[in-house]
Unconditional design. Sequence first.
Length: 85
Amino acid sequence: MDRYKNVHLQLELEKSSKIICVAYKQTGEEHKFLVLTNIGRVCLQPTDKSMLVDIYYSSRALPELDISNYNHEGEYFIKSLVYIG
């Protein structure tokens, strides 16, 4: 049996003058009991295009439990990170 079912992936290209990133959100049902959510960004390292930086957080919760406030805090933190270089 597969570990995750009904997997959904959302991608959004984020371009700024210094760095190119892809924001992502992945959700799936884990063992029919929990909903898994991964939210993050993967970015090209500006001075070495062969390197990526990936930062994300993962949450698992019962489907009926509203954890949107926690997800909002995690997304806000990840979006607040900036490249200094």
